[in-house]
Design a protein. Sequence first.
Length: 315
Amino acid sequence: MNIPTSGPFDKTPGWLDWFSAPARPRFQVPPGSVDAHCHVFGPGDRFPYAPERKYTPCDAGKEQLFALRDHLGFARNVVVQATCHGADNRALVDALQASGGRARGVATVRRSATDEELQALHAAGVRGVRFNFVKRLVDFTPKDELMDIATRIARLGWHVVVYFEAVDLPELWDFFTRLPTTVVVDHMGRPDVAKGVESEEFALFLKFMDAHPNVWSKVSCPERLSVSGPPALHGEQAPYRDVVPFARTVVERFPDRVLWGTDWPHPNLKGHMPDDGLLVDFIPHIAPTALLQKKLLVDNPMRLYWPEEHTPEHS
C-alpha cells in the first residue's frame, strides 16, 4: 500500500512517525467492521496545533486515515479528537464531513461551547466527548466543569469517553459513576500488564464494569500496554501476547460493551511504531469466535455510533 505522506513539520524531538507500509492482515475482519478509535493530526498548515499542546506530532490527515481503513478492510471509523488539537475540533469535523457518512467523531468540548456549536458538531457526526485524565498529556480540568459538559451532551444522546491510568481509578470512581451517559473507557484503563491478569488493579477495573452496565471498554492499544513488545516475526503465535489475557477477559465477560480500534497514528509512542496490519491480527486472539468478533467490530460500534442503521441480529 502506498499511503501519501504530509510535508515537513516541526515535530517533538524523538517523535515516532506512523508506519507507512502496513502489512495486509491475515485476519479478515467481518463485513461492516468499524475502527472505533483513531485520530487525525492536522495537517498543521491547515489545522494548527493547539498553543497549549504538550506534544507536536507528525501530520496524519484524513486521506491517510481513509487509505488505511480501506487497506485493513474496515468499513468505517470513529475519529477521536487528538489532545494536540485541544478543543479546536476543525480537523476532526473536516474528516467526518469528508467521510461520506462512514465516520463518527468524539470531540473535546469546553464549558464555554454554545448549544449551537454542540448542534453543529452533532450534525457533522460527533457522538461523544473525551475527558482525558492522563496528566502527562493534558492539564487538569475541574470535575464540575466536566460534569456540566456531560449533562449538556447527554441531551444529545452522546456518550463520554474517559482516558486514565489504572492507578487513578480509585480516585476517579465516584466521578465516573455520576456521569449521566454511557461511559467508554479507553484501552481498558491502561492496566499494568507486568502485574498479571489477577492483579488488584485489573480486578478493580472488572468490578467497575460489573457494577455499572453503562460502562464500556475499548480493548485496543496492546502496543501501549505490552511489556514483551512486538513479535520479532509476523508469524508469531500471538502479537503482544502479554496483553491478550487482559483484553480477552474483558471481551468474554462484557461482549456487548467492548470496542476495538487501531489508535492510528499512534501518538506519543516511545519504544516502537506498530504495524497496523499486525494489530488487526491481534483481534482473533482476544475475540476467538465469529460471534465475539462481530459484536466487537460491527454490532457494538454500530449500536453506539450509528444506532439509526444498527440491525441487532445477535445483540
